[in-house]
Design a protein around this ligand. Structure first.
Ligand code: ADP
Length: 385
């Protein structure tokens, strides 16, 4: 008969360290062992484990989560009776070392997506005017891509709306490690918004150069990790910001969101002119609010008219001389708005809803050429760059 009273021997510090490899920093999302955040491990003969951690900053908003993750993982090691966690804070020097490590050995500020050979696809989401659903489309595409297992980031550069954090349910604010910004993550999407830097949602008059600097900072100073896709929610009306994006990330592709009703010539002309000026590719057009399923019979009611998205795509094809496809038509769905209001994108809340299905198929199409599938060499280690 097995003897249940036999006590398991206390674990070795190596076993505890192996368990700590399973704990990720909630913000940086890499194992705390890799980030030099484990200060010490001590195991008493009775199985009591003391783990001391270095936080990146004293006011780390996620320290409770980190503590409980350590307790959970270490607590599962056989022979552990109790886990005690002590928190310390990194010195300026330690933070500097960490920052250099996170930047892949680079100490200077540069935009990783602008480097030749970058495997991240960058989409700048643009629209002719506000309220067409540009942010809703951005957020749902991002969530759908992340749900597929891609590493996704969103830059909310819509100075008038900055609704992306709310739509993704982000309430945390970014934290700083030296001059690197750690952006919050929601539904697997790392998100930074201009709204996170305007106290109390005050309206801020963003002039071109200021916005350019803010964008540059988001792209260069946020710790993005190794992204497959970065979506940038631009302010409506493709102007200064689109030009800034083109300067900062020349390989960014433009995704145009429109409603069927919008004066096609107007949208197409603006986006087309910018793309020609900046030599950026327009990856396609998303028509949003295309129809409303009749609540009684389910038939399509074309509230805002018909064919606008195709007309825009055709006009852009003519203007740029490159094929611009209509990527999909997203119906009106109250749950899409509700999902936006409560931070649960429809593609996650109800992937079978017709609007979600269209958005998921667009996400699939946009990410089908993502890294790994391109057959590009992945042999360059970040540290060697
Ligand atoms: P924009 O970013 O272009 O200003 P938003 O994404 O903020 O537009 O959308 C404007 C409003 O319309 C939001 O309240 C959003 O929830 C709602 N909305 C967007 N697309 C749809 C849709 N397909 N069905 C229902 N509501 C939508």
């Amino acid at each position: 008969m097995p003897d249940n009273t036999t006590t398991v021997a206390a674990p070795t510090p190596e076993q505890v360290r192996a368990a700590l490899e399973q704990v990720q920093d909630p913000e940086i999302r890499r194992p705390i062992t890799e980030l030099d955040m484990v200060k010490s491990v001590a195991v008493a003969p009775d199985g009591t484990v003391d783990v001391a951690l270095y936080l990146t900053v004293a006011a780390c908003p996620l320290k409770d989560r980190l503590t409980s993750d350590v307790k959970t993982h270490v607590g599962q090691v056989p022979g552990v009776r109790e886990v005690r966690v002590e928190l310390d804070v990194m010195s300026a020097e330690q933070r500097q070392t960490l920052q250099t490590k996170l930047r892949g050995g680079r100490t200077e500020r540069e935009i990783p997506f602008a480097k030749p050979g970058s495997l991240t696809r960058v989409f700048a989401v643009a629209s002719g005017k506000g309220g067409v659903g540009k942010s809703s489309v951005t957020v749902n595409l991002a969530a759908a891509m992340a749900a597929k297992g891609l590493k996704v980031g969103v830059v909310d550069a819509d100075i008038y709306g900055h609704s992306v954090p709310r739509m993704l349910g982000v309430t945390e604010r970014p934290t700083q490690v030296q001059d690197m910004i750690m952006a919050p993550v929601a539904h697997g999407v790392r998100v930074i918004s201009i709204g996170m830097f305007t106290p109390g949602n005050e309206p801020v008059v963003w002039r071109g150069p200021m916005l350019h600097r803010a964008l540059q900072q988001f792209l260069a100073d946020v710790y993005w990790g190794d992204l497959d896709v970065l979506l940038m929610d631009l302010p409506p009306g493709t102007g200064d910001v689109a030009i800034s994006v083109a300067q900062l990330v020349p390989s960014a592709e433009i995704l145009v969101v429109t409603t069927p009703q919008q004066a096609a010539s107007e949208v197409a002309e603006r986006a087309g002119t910018i793309a020609l000026q900046t030599r950026q590719r327009i990856v396609g057009v998303v028509e949003n609010m295309s129809w409303l399923p009749c609540p009684h019979c389910g038939e399509r009611v074309e509230v805002f008219g018909e064919g606008g998205g195709q007309t825009v795509a055709d006009a852009l094809t003519r203007a740029t001389g490159a094929q611009v496809p209509l990527l999909g038509q997203v119906p009106i769905d109250m749950r899409l708005r509700e999902g936006g209001d409560n931070g649960e994108p429809l593609v996650l809340a109800d992937a079978d809803a017709p609007a979600a299905a269209v958005l998921i198929s667009i996400a699939d199409r946009l990410s089908s050429r993502a890294r790994g599938l391109v057959g590009m060499s992945l042999s360059v280690s970040p540290a060697a760059r």
